[in-house]
Ligand binder design. Structure first.
Ligand code: SF4
Length: 126
């Protein structure tokens, strides 16, 4: 099988043709330098992505949904499971940017964290 992968390490965006047999890389062609090698190898066999989403937050004065992300990339094929995992969760402020929302997200060894602060909506008009 030949898999085509675009290297995203620099703006040149070389298009690599990766020959794979039995989940083993047999050959890579099309890269202009060695810096794209690790990225293309990893992307060909075990692609990963940072998981991004939002979770509803009740009672915050500045936002109605809290953006969240994993600290590190997780396997790409877990992204959909990640969406299911957070469905139905509702949060309450205060939450600080970087605060862990779900530890060891999907048993990946990385945490799901808040991407911004959420401050409580305190009505001080009384
Ligand atoms: S292979 Fe090298 S030159 Fe090509 S996109 Fe990747 S980093 Fe840039």
């Amino acid at each position: 099988m030949i898999k085509e992968i675009t290297c995203i390490i620099c703006p040149k965006g070389c298009k690599a043709a990766v020959e794979i047999e039995d989940m083993q890389i047999k050959n890579i062609s099309g890269l202009s330098c060695k810096f794209g090698q690790d990225y293309v190898e990893s992307e060909a066999i075990h692609p990963t992505r940072i998981f991004f989403s939002v979770i509803p937050i009740i009672g915050a004065k500045n936002i109605s949904v809290l953006p969240v992300r994993t600290k590190k990339p997780i396997p790409k094929d877990l992204l959909k499971r990640g969406m299911n995992e957070i469905r139905g969760i509702k949060l309450n402020p205060p939450i600080k940017m970087g605060e862990v929302i779900i530890k060891n997200f999907l048993d990946t060894g990385t945490d799901l964290v808040a991407s911004r602060d959420a401050e409580p909506d305190i009505d001080d008009s009384t």
